[in-house]
Ligand binder design. Sequence first.
Ligand SMILES: NC(=O)c1ccc[n+]([C@@H]2O[C@H](COP(=O)([O-])OP(=O)(O)OC[C@H]3O[C@@H](n4cnc5c(N)ncnc54)[C@H](O)[C@@H]3O)[C@@H](O)[C@H]2O)c1
Length: 356
Amino acid sequence: MSPPRDNGLAPAAPRPGQTILVAGGAGYIGCVLVPRLLERGYHVRLLDRLYFGEDALAGFRDRVEVVRADVRDVPADALDGVDGVINLSGLSNDPTAEFNPEANWQMNAVATETLGRMCVDRGIERYVFASSCSLYDGLPPGMHDERAPLEPRAAYATSKRYAEEKLLELAGEGLVPVLLRNGTVYGYSPRMRFDLVVNTFVKDALLNGKLLLHGGGWMWRPLVDVRDVSDAMIAAFEAPAEKVRGEIFNVVHSNYQIRELALIVAGSVQLAGHQVTLEEVPAPKLTRDYECSNVKLASTLGFVPRRSVLEAVTDLLERIDGWDRAKLTDPRHYNIRWLELLEELKPSLSEFESVL
Ligand SMILES: NC(=O)c1ccc[n+]([C@@H]2O[C@H](COP(=O)([O-])OP(=O)(O)OC[C@H]3O[C@@H](n4cnc5c(N)ncnc54)[C@H](O)[C@@H]3O)[C@@H](O)[C@H]2O)c1
């Protein structure tokens, strides 16, 4: 495995007693971020509904406080002694947001704002929010930066945009919101997701020996490694307030065409001794096709995501080659499949009726 190059995250400095509340910290990104925060000396309070269970916390469970709670109803004492918040909670992709749009709105939009308001009331300044480059979906194909005029339409992007706007408003009341629009994330996490394009390709290559290229796979996507996203969150958390208050940053390693990703994955999996073929299939009705600039993150924060898809795939293969079919296809690794199984997230009859 090649050693990762420096991404510009400042060396850890002593910060005795600093407590960070990580909402949604038991998820895919959270399970990579939390150990990094612990390494830097933070005390971590993890607030999570634990939809995907607790197994992935095993590596650090005894070193964090876990508050099993819903971000829609944060217990007041969850913020006691907290110096700042990183919010990763809520429904984290288009299919789950479309599955239950009301729950998505309450979690991703309303609860994000309410948590910001709670911080203001308690004098907690720093609030790093996990937004998404999918906000650029719907714009003409091409390179977009943080100033692009957005036209979110889908439930997920609309809720993320509302949350961004409300947090930006709270900057006028003393909050230091930092909004990170993450590209699609790749790489290994103890809370593994196989519903993200690169990870899906690795899983498909191992399981089926075949990768499907919808519409030839010419669409562009901004992408970033889960370790770099975590470090970018730390950089945003630690940056001087005057540099980041009310700022939006795209967090992207590179823009790739899906076809290029398939070739990287197929090559890596073949090197690991498995046959892989590529097959072109018709494009679905809706495709996502956009590119995002990562210039501002580097120029303002000095942070440059360094871990390429090739590095992440190599690392992922070392970790999951040998997983059996049952483990690779466990519905917990696919957000929509898992949430469809959870009784409490099934949309109520009244919600169905309201859209009829
Ligand atoms: N993974 C990506 O490619 C990506 C890209 C852009 C943005 N993001 C954003 O980053 C954040 C984290 O993404 P992830 O990939 O780790 O997602 P994830 O689904 O793995 O993790 C989300 C976590 O939030 C928790 N959660 C969900 N609803 C909750 C609620 N109502 N109350 C408390 N906890 C709740 C879940 O139990 C889970 O642990 C999300 O906000 C997502 O929208 C992710």
